[in-house]
Design a binder for this molecule. Sequence first.
Ligand SMILES: [Zn+2]
Length: 78
Amino acid sequence: MLEDPQEQEAPVQVCMICEQAGKEGIHILSQFICLECEREIVNTGVDDDLYDYFVERMRALWRDLANREPDLSGPTYS
Ligand SMILES: [Zn+2]
């Protein structure tokens, strides 16, 4: 009998904002943001000093978005 080779080893999720692992959070593309940081981002206004920090940290996320294959069903602008 063959076992399903699927491994149950959960990858360690490191929050892209606070870089802490093992927290609950959300995945956005290949990135992970823990619930605490997600809440922080939501509650941070543009005037807040933290806002720049978050934007900086999330550059990787925007890069991921930009590098994605264009959605064939969506409109493309260039
Ligand atoms: Zn975090």
